[in-house]
Ligand binder design. Sequence first.
Ligand code: PLP
Length: 402
Amino acid sequence: MLDSERISYKLSKFRPSSTLELKAIVAERLEQGLPVYDFGLGETKGPLAPHIRDAGARAFQEGQTMYADPAGIPELREAVLRWLGLEGHYGIENVVISAGAKQSLFNIFLAVCNPADCVLFDAAPWVSYQPQAVAAYAFPVMVLPAAGEKNHLKVAPSDLKRNLKMRPHAKLFLLNSPVNPTGQLYAAEEVEALLQVCIEHRIYFVIDRLYWRLVFDGKQYPEPRVDEETKPWLIQVDGLSKNFRRTGGIRIGWTVAPEDVSRAMANLQSHYTSGPAVPTQMAALAAIDCPYDPELCRELERKRDLLVREASALPDIKVWPTEAAFYSFWDVRGLFGKRTPQGTLLASSDDVARYFLTEAGVVTASGTNFMQDGFLRLSFATPDDHIRGGVAALREAIAKLA
Ligand code: PLP
């Protein structure tokens, strides 16, 4: 057997999640005593809330460690419906709990796509959508908005229709709002219009709403319409990772979907994970089953304002407005064509991200991870001194460019 044949052709082409790799870069630099201003991985900081921690610990202490329903424990599935305000529309047969929203998304691709079915994403797709679609033998396609950057890469109904005309095998359109990486939020009428196109074309409208509690400027998250017309086509993805502090590693996500799709996903889970760990589900239950404390949202909004204020004086960089989540999207094409003190030409987002890291210790995610060369994503779920110090270090680094 050749070395190249030891791994399947498909998986041999996979790279590790680039955003998770950012965490390793930070750890490595800290170990070497190098400066680090961390805008890399999208992860909230601060202490885990005691009631979440205690619920998980209690579950272990009480021996709640036996096999459970592979779709998730019923109490959590009920709580998910309350958390999303959907208890009047669905029952627990519509809810599947998974090991993070990542697994929820992968379940969807596996449950509804046949080989070569096309799945449509927006123009700056989150890093794992495409690898997951490929792993599920589906065919990922990016919907490029005709308005382009004028509307901050948001997909309009006409963009979706244009793509659907060319793709008779489209199975679903996946909308991520709030958007990772751009920090945009689709308005209620934009969501409704896209949903309507999906219903007309009889494809699923999958909405990844993982950051839905982190909406700024006094706005509310625009809920997709749930009624008899939309329910057969609407799949909502959410989870524990982003709307609370320090919960990404608990690894709980969920879907609310039509019953046949949920059943297919639960059947699948019954064969490959038997559902997520019960103590982590108990921790998730404690998190979402009490009134939501908006302090994290308020803090992130303040950090957004701080970053925008600090970064506004950076030359040759355009900072996009952030409406939700905790990402600032920077257009860095103004730096292309410049040379570093070492003589390297900056010609891509990867070059700029590498220069910012090595010269200034600033960790960012290059836009190429989201199919958008020319941009950088900065997570501002980071301490204030990283924001102030990081922008100051960038100012110096940019001044050194020729
Ligand atoms: N969807 C989006 C838009 C995300 O940003 C992430 C994580 O960064 C995920 C899904 C996966 O979330 P989880 O950590 O719950 O698997």
